[in-house]
Write a protein that binds this ligand. Structure first.
Ligand code: GLU
Length: 505
């Protein structure tokens, strides 16, 4: 770190919508920087725009970040020495600082009506000039302005942007950015209702909250010079500025938009953290995925836990290039992290998924199932497709289901019979007890393993695909397996009598 100040970073979302992976990534990077520098991570809710305020958004945000494991040290829910941490509770602070800027000649009240602003714009457009405020109220003297404000005249406060020269601002990832001052407008920093806009409110808060690194989305790059200028106008030391890369649509063509996000939901994918949780993704998988959307350690390391990230993450290795959202990568990482969990941990997470799907599951049984499906899960929800059948008391199938590929009913029945004979004497059916005798039978009989095990599998589980067969049979239990096999034999015997033993469909 070039900056010697204690590390204090903040995640400053506006509660205007749902928590998507862009916000999750910013919060994650903040968290990592704080943890690796023994600094503080602050959650600040930027809720001054009451028109865009969404009820419940703050709660979703807090729950989503907690679920991801990205915990803050100061915030509206836990307090801290620099509160309040909700901007709606800091109105007077912003007014005080706006006044300071006015008094020092860096800002001015602007009394222009919206009608006048529109007329100026129209004129500028007609003359092919970029629309901007023409500076009429810059010329009003401070005394006159004060008097008009005291008389209650409706006004906004604008920042007095220098009109000559150029300003250079520095982003840690992108280096120096220089902009001609004449390209900058006199931005509004306080609205006519007295509420500060982001430009002022966030800068004041970042300063007062002693933020050392501002990590935020690249949508703030266009107004970045204004933000630097505000710091300089106050005479404050600037934080280290970091603007993260944008996310592109999965196709790689174009920025990820709100509408696009809604479209995605129809395809079974989502960029919203809460949805991802519901789809059965692990926080560990999501963290790993988003950590690499804009950062890399090297050109080959891709498996990261939160602890590894705290060790390895490096702001100097951020990549400013846009990153396309790649859901197969998410699946890949999620699978890796599922396989990385202990059986007990994974079982704990699978239990509620089974229960939600209506299975009569208990932790003991799920602990038995977990090892045989762990390798095969991409999301937690996959456990239903892979092992939901293990909770069914009964299986049902048509006779054809018991006939092996390339064999007739009579031969399939003969195989089924032999399976019963081999398994019957065993006190329990497991890989250790049943696999070898069954393989010996395959050898002796000359039938293919796929045919013999297929019949055994279909008859005893009612499925054509299962986790490893003998482990599956062990979970179903000897008695139930035998009962199903005998029942299947009845079905196939009846069928053979009706259709004839050599009948092949
Ligand atoms: N409230 C702003 C947003 O949600 C915060 C930007 C920042 O991190 O400074 O986009």
């Amino acid at each position: 770190m070039t900056n010697q100040k204690p590390v204090r970073v903040r995640f400053a979302p506006s509660p205007t919508g749902r928590v998507h992976l862009g916000s999750a990534r910013t919060a994650l990077y903040d968290y990592l920087v704080a943890r690796q520098n023994e600094g503080q991570f602050i959650l600040r809710i930027e809720d001054t725009d009451r028109k865009r305020y969404v009820e419940g958004a703050e709660e979703e945000l807090i729950n989503g970040l907690k679920w991801l494991g990205v915990q803050w040290d100061e915030g509206p829910d836990i307090g801290g020495p620099y509160g309040p941490y909700r901007q709606s509770e800091r109105k007077e602070i912003y007014q005080e600082y706006a006044q300071k800027l006015i008094d020092s000649g860096h800002a001015y009240p602007c009394f222009c009506t919206s009608e006048r602003i529109s007329a100026v714009r129209e004129e500028q457009q007609k003359n092919k000039i970029n629309p901007h405020y023409d500076g009429l109220c810059r010329k009003v003297s401070l005394e006159e302005a004060k008097e008009r404000v005291a008389n209650g005249e409706r006004h906004v406060v604008r920042f007095k942007t220098p009109k000559d020269g150029a300003t250079t601002v520095t982003d840690l990832v992108r280096g120096d950015i220089t902009i001609e001052n004449k390209q900058l407008d006199d931005a509004i920093i306080v609205k006519s209702d007295g509420w500060a806009l982001y430009h002022l409110a966030a800068m004041v808060d970042d300063h007062l909250m002693k933020i050392s690194h501002v990590i935020r989305g690249s949508e703030w790059l266009p107004t970045f010079p204004l933000h630097s200028m505000l710091y300089r106008a106050f005479g404050w030391e600037e934080p280290i500025w970091i603007h993260l890369s944008v996310f592109l649509k999965p196709s790689g063509k174009g920025k990820m938009s709100k509408r696009e996000a809604q479209e995605l939901n129809k395809t079974g994918h989502s960029i919203f953290v809460q949805d991802m949780e519901e789809l059965g993704y692990l926080p560990e998988g999501i963290i790993n995925w988003i950590s690499l959307m804009g950062w890399s350690l090297d050109d080959h390391t891709e498996f990261f836990s939160l602890d590894n990230l705290i060790r390895d993450f490096d702001l100097n290795r951020l990549n400013p290039s846009p990153a396309a959202i790649n859901f197969s990568k998410l699946d890949h990482f999620n699978g890796l992290h599922i396989r990385n969990l202990s059986i007990d941990d994974l079982a704990d997470r699978l239990l509620p998924v089974f229960i939600k799907a209506g299975c009569q599951a208990d932790l003991d049984k799920v602990k038995k199932i977990t090892p045989i499906i762990q390798e095969r899960l991409v999301t937690l929800d996959d456990c239903i497709e892979k092992a939901g059948f293990l909770f069914k008391d009964e299986v049902s199938y048509a006779p054809e289901f018991l006939i092996a590929k390339g064999l007739d009913p009579a031969t399939s029945l003969e195989i089924l019979n032999n399976c019963i004979e081999i398994l019957k004497p065993l006190p329990e059916i497991s890989a250790a007890t049943a696999e070898q005798p069954m393989r010996d039978y395959v050898e002796r009989s000359g039938y293919k393993a796929g045919q013999v095990f297929g019949i055994l599998r279909n008859a005893s589980t009612g499925q054509t695909v299962t986790p490893p067969l003998f482990e599956t049979l062990e979970i179903i239990g000897r008695d139930k397996v035998m009962e199903r096999l005998i029942n299947a034999r009845g079905i196939l015997t009846k069928y053979t009598k009706i259709e004839g033993p050599g009948f092949i469909k």
